[in-house]
Design a protein around this ligand. Structure first.
Ligand code: GAL
Length: 356
């Protein structure tokens, strides 16, 4: 579906799929296909892989706020956000439309991180720079053009932190090894196959636990595509198979860790037969669960930091000023650090979300 920028302006009142961001004033006039002429009037197009993903929707909210802040007094910005709903073909079409509608900068959360070529070709033909975010293209694709950027975080670091958090809990509480066999029986809930944050998080969490001297026994694992309901279903299957043997659940994100908790909620197991759960992200519900103790810990995926870097980069590309304030690795990448979250500091992270 094609929307013109009149629709976008209406969407500031809340129509789905689009929002306009007011920095100074909204873009004046303009219809589909017309390019914004002045450096001050900037049209930015965003397309995300799936807006129903909890972390992505929280990240987008932060981005809207950060961009408004960055733009204040510097530029008038209008933003269109599209949801590719899991289809790379849909996302390719969205990029073509956004460029046609006059977007001068694109932010792309790829559906298939191994398939950005069509998007890169379209952007290069119109000289529209792309900021990829959260789903990291493979390195060779990033070399296709020098106006490609990536903002995200280092998957390995999040896995190492999850492993360290789990090791601390296990080493300080012998009761977690419920059958007292000197090993921790565990299962893994993994994100989408092929995503940098799935396999790398799992491997580095497990390696970190092992190098902390903990003996592990992997009972099973399932993909649940970052999704709470899928994780509940996959966890129910694993509970069906292993009954009370599971002592530890490592999930690649909070939604899946919470799906695992939900699955136990449907059993009649008592506390004594329920494993410990660890997530990653520190979403609103994730932090709440850490405070309540349902998740033992999580790792904060710094959406405020990522959104701020994305917004600063947008402004730098649009105005030609401020590029040197950004900390790039290999000239194209900005990685924000993760943070460990336990019951002791979870409220600080809730406050961070509330402040932004
Ligand atoms: C990860 C995040 C997941 C999911 C995924 C989508 O960084 O931890 O919860 O949002 O990105 O690409």
């Amino acid at each position: 579906m094609k929307n013109d920028w009149g629709d976008i302006r209406k969407n500031v009142l809340g129509l789905a799929g689009f929002f306009a961001l007011v920095a100074g004033a909204l873009l004046a006039g303009g219809c589909a296909g017309e390019r914004a002429e002045t450096a001050g009037n900037i049209r930015v197009g965003v397309t995300c892989y799936d807006e129903s993903d909890t972390f992505i929707s929280e990240l987008l909210d932060c981005f809207r706020e950060e961009l408004a802040e960055e733009a204040e007094g510097r530029a008038e910005i209008a933003v269109a956000v599209r949801d590719a709903a899991g289809s790379q073909r849909v996302q390719d079409d969205q990029v073509a439309e956004l460029i046609e509608e006059g977007c001068r900068i694109l932010l792309v959360n790829l559906v298939d991180r191994a398939d950005p070529s069509e998007i890169i070709d379209l952007a290069r033909e119109s000289d529209v720079p792309i900021i990829f975010f959260n789903r990291e293209p493979v390195a060779e694709d990033m070399l296709q053009w020098d106006r490609l950027y990536y903002v995200g975080a280092d998957a390995r670091q999040s896995g190492v932190m999850q492993g360290e958090l789990a090791a601390d809990v296990i080493l300080s509480d012998p009761a977690i090894d419920r059958n007292r066999d000197g090993r921790i029986q565990y299962v893994v809930l993994e994100g989408e196959p092929g995503h940098q944050d799935a396999i790398i998080r799992t491997e580095s969490a497990v390696d970190t636990l092992k190098s902390s001297g903990i003996e592990l026994e992997k009972l099973s694992w399932r993909n649940a595509n970052w999704n709470r309901a899928q994780a509940q279903n996959r966890m129910a299957q694993m509970i069906g198979q292993y009954r009370t043997q599971i002592e530890l659940v490592l999930a690649n994100n909070d939604d899946m860790a919470l799906g695992a908790v939900d699955a136990y909620g449907k059993t009649n197991y008592t506390e004594a037969n329920i494993p410990v759960f660890f997530g990653i992200d520190g979403t609103e519900v994730g932090l709440e669960a850490v405070i309540e103790g349902t998740l033992r810990a999580t790792v904060y995926n710094d959406k405020e930091g990522q959104a701020e870097a994305m917004a600063k980069l947008v402004l730098a590309l649009a105005t030609g000023q401020g590029m040197d304030e950004l900390e790039f690795e290999k000239e194209q990448y900005i990685y924000l650090p993760y943070y460990k979250v336990t019951r002791e500091n979870a409220e600080e992270f809730q406050a961070k979300g509330a402040d932004s």
